[in-house]
Ligand binder design. Sequence first.
Ligand code: PAF
Length: 301
Amino acid sequence: MQAPCATAAIPVQSIVSNNMQTVTTIAELRQVVGAARRAGKSIGFVPTMGNLHQGHLNLLITARERTDFVVSSIFVNPLQFNAKDDLERYPRTLEEDQQSLIEYGCDLLFAPSESEVYSSDRASQTFVEVPGISEMYCGASRPGHFRGVTTIVNKLFNLVQPDLAVFGKKDFQQLHIIRRMVTDLSMPVELVGVDTARAESGLALSSRNGYLTKDELKRAPVFYAQLRTIHDALVGGSDDFEGLIKQAIESLERESFKPDYIHIVRRSDLQPATPKDRELVVLAAAFLGQARLIDNLEVDC
Ligand code: PAF
């Protein structure tokens, strides 16, 4: 990670609302975080793409509990989207998000433009990539996605230099890949994973749930229900992984889902599990209408 930048006075053109400051440039971000660090505060960081829901706010709560100065970022990262239309339709709700962040005690919001973060010459952009696992599961369906995630997270870590960063376990593969990056590159940041926030129906909260029609929203909880069925069978002693996955896929198809994948993997390295493994996670992705839903469930056999 880079050393903190020099602290010459930079005019901060920020919105100060209650106690939260919103900054849009790297220079402002470094100035404000540098001041907090010089005041002896530990820095917590919650990177997001905005359109915040309770799942994100739970990450804020964890950062607030564990550190003195909480920074969040809202940046819809073009490098992690494969399809231009997916990037364009991604919900942008900055004002509501600012209100939520204020309510949950965020100290500083970094909300940069694309040109502040990346040079216009995308072809010469430096990437950070965790090989192997980045091409599996979600990475197989969305080539380049995780390279985009690790590149932006690395960059944000360089900018904020947090002591602790908080991520949701809903993106279980993403968190695993970021852990690998942090370990492999000896980055001085503690990573904390927070449990998935769910609606009463079990549906994992996600910005993409907004793409579901009313009727699809009613059917969406079947996705989590199928993961629970696999979970219960595994805990009950079943080692028929293929059979369990086949049944779940058929049940989803009956409800008009288009399953992308369901895998039963080892939690430690996300490689395919064997019946001898005890700490597992079921990873799944499926389309329902316009939305690509992902979810997972940890299993201790
Ligand atoms: O999980 C997300 O919202 C994004 O992938 C992240 C970590 C903010 C990087 O853009």
